[in-house]
Design a protein around this ligand. Sequence first.
Ligand code: NAD
Length: 252
Amino acid sequence: MAKLDHKVAIVTGGGSGIGKAIAEIFAQEGAYVHIVDLNADTAQSVVDGIIATGGTAKLHTCNVAEQADVLRVVESIGRVDILVNNAGIAHVGNLEKCSSADFERVFNVNVKGAYNALFAVVPVMKANGGGAILNLASIASVVGISDRFAYSMSKGAVYAMSMSIARDYIADNIRSNSISPARVHTPFVDGFIAKNYPGQEEEMFEKLSKSQPIGRMAKPEEIAKLALFLCSDDAGFITGNDYPIDGGFIKL
Ligand code: NAD
């Protein structure tokens, strides 16, 4: 039996990077995957890829920052066993470079988006006897990262949100955990390098890789394997925790 047979899973931001890898491994393990993503083109290609390899998946084009849209999507899905709050955006800059608009943009997606999904899904899980929630925090939520003021704050909020849900809904058989990756090689990172270091892409990629104690970035699939474990019944005794997956970044 596959690890997620008969489970219904929502993966926000499942159209790219870490979310894509999570959606794919969940589908391989038997889950019916609902991808909730703003970018219909890339997300539809992930859905098509899953279906082409024998899995089941559906796209819901939706901005997680818009509560009414998220509620509508979750209502249309019905039962939800697993929620992965993965959609996220970055902002480069310290406090002085973080305008009020930057702050709102990052918090609207990373924090309000996660809240919106939880607000819509938790009552459904409660009514169905439980579920598993996984929130994408970051090493930024544990140690902060230079020049990522708004992003680090937002991920700190995700970390705390995840713990709070774990505490409040443990009696409802809802588990909530978070993952804190260091740098993962996704379009998120490629876009950051292209935007901020035009013409120096290879050099910067190398520099960012070497800045991690293990000497490389994580692959999205490595994050997805941990996500699969934490959202499966194998992790039935695990809740209220954060899991750094960081190539030694925090402790070495
Ligand atoms: P990515 O940019 O490759 O993918 C993010 C996906 O989220 C995209 O498909 C995008 O369309 C979607 N998205 C963005 N805003 C949205 C919105 N408002 N509504 C719905 N969908 C939206 O990013 P990634 O690198 O795979 O990162 C995924 C998550 O992991 C993010 O929360 C990020 O903060 C976190 N993370 C990433 C890294 C890294 O190094 N890549 C490290 C730590 C944590």
